[in-house]
Design a protein around this ligand. Structure first.
Ligand code: TTP
Ligand code: MG
Length: 362
């Protein structure tokens, strides 16, 4: 039986919302992020339009560098309230296409079309209808990938951006994947790839030509993950908040509302240490890290980030928390409470190992 999992990812999301609201920006390099201050600004690019990407700009790039490369760009500060509203509206539409829905970030969601489609033609029609509905009602474009696993669907949605549809079939996906850079695999980023490159693994095809046990020997857990994804082996299900319900969290209120960066970070570090005592004791792994911030006056925000495979890594959690915190660092408001939540939990069981051995003999 064919399996149709969709991964939907809005195109240059924050920038697209701004362009929708100011059509004169259409076709221009639009950069959302910190104030560039004529090249002297601090902070980073949140995202930018595809026109700006032609100048080499991308998320996370220092805004000063972006300004040097694209001084004539339209630089805008983010309006998070507006993006959350647009995200909620889009998610409501996506959700209406299947009860098996899982939102994974502000602009990404999975849909499992099991029992809804049985043919590739049908799934393509549904994707076109979905994209059309989002464009007509919300005014922004989305790219959709379809495959028999979540990770392949995610790779597919990224393949034809912006405004694309990519359907990977079980009999031919390896042909499409083999020439892709390994960084197309969710979880292999700029830093991880260096180690892979050094050992001669540059393309997904190189992974496909390497036996699993060799991948594990060379790259450990990450190698195992990359090998499984590349071979279309990923049994994770699309589920609504199921993992989310089980979580471990802790929050602390400051004695007095504060904007002292060091004090806030120390509090978050203490919370993180505290949570990890429990995590380690019960051998729990997690995929999602959430930061909670409450400002003076009770205004409360949560921001989450997920990693592609379950981790148990205190340092990584702190790194994610610091990244999530960046959004609030220039708010000019005092903070009343901070909290951390780890969710999408898994308790490690050794039977996973025997699964692996099964694949090793393929
Ligand atoms: P992404 O989906 O990673 O990027 P994008 O939607 O801007 O572009 P793409 O067409 O490649 O999907 O992230 C969604 C939003 O999250 C993005 O519009 C802005 C925000 N974001 C940041 O603020 N900082 C970051 O480093 C990244 C990656 C995203
Ligand atoms: Mg996106």
């Amino acid at each position: 039986m064919n399996r149709f999992i969709l991964h939907c990812d809005l195109d240059s999301f924050f920038a697209s919302v701004e362009i929708r609201d100011n059509p004169v920006y259409k076709g221009k390099p639009v950069i959302i992020g910190a104030d560039p201050k004529e090249g002297k600004g601090r902070g980073v690019v949140s995202t930018c339009s595809y026109e700006a990407r032609k100048f080499g700009l991308h998320s996370g790039m220092p805004i000063s560098q972006a300004f040097k490369r694209c001084p004539h760009g339209i630089y805008l500060r983010p309006n998070f309230e507006k993006y959350h509203r647009a995200s909620n509206e889009v998610m409501k539409i996506i959700k209406s296409y299947s009860p098996l829905f899982q939102q994974v970030s502000i602009d990404e969601a999975y849909l499992d079309m099991i029992d809804i489609c049985s043919k590739y033609g049908e799934v393509r029609n549904i994707i076109e209808t979905l994209k059309n509905e989002i464009y007509m009602k919300i005014g922004i474009t989305i790219s959709v990938g379809c495959a028999h696993t979540k990770s392949l669907a995610k790779i597919a949605s990224d393949y034809n951006k912006p405004n694309g549809i990519t359907i990977l079939k079980p009999e031919s996906f390896k042909e499409v994947l083999k020439n892709m850079d390994i960084t197309r695999i969710p979880g292999i980023g700029k830093k991880t790839k260096v180690n892979y490159y050094k050992k001669g693994i540059r393309k997904i095809g190189d992974i496909l030509n390497t036996p699993l046990n060799k991948m594990i020997r060379k790259f450990g857990k990450s190698g195992e993950w990359a090998w499984k994804i590349s071979n279309g082996l990923d049994s994770r299900e699309v589920k609504e908040f199921e993992g989310e319900r089980k979580s471990i969290s802790k929050e602390r209120t400051f004695l007095e509302d504060t904007d002292d960066f060091k004090g806030i970070i120390t509090k978050l570090e203490n919370i993180n240490n505290n949570i990890h005592e429990k995590i380690i004791k019960h051998n729990i792994f997690y995929r999602t890290v959430t930061l909670k911030i409450r400002f003076e006056g009770y205004e409360t925000y949560t921001r989450s980030r997920s990693v592609p495979y379950p981790i148990q890594d205190k340092k990584k959690v702190m790194k994610i928390i610091l990244q999530l915190y960046k959004e609030f660092s220039n708010s000019g408001k005092k903070i009343r409470l901070v909290g951390i939540k780890l969710s999408n939990l898994e308790i490690k069981i050794s039977s996973k190992q025997s699964d692996l051995m099964k694949y090793a003999s393929i």
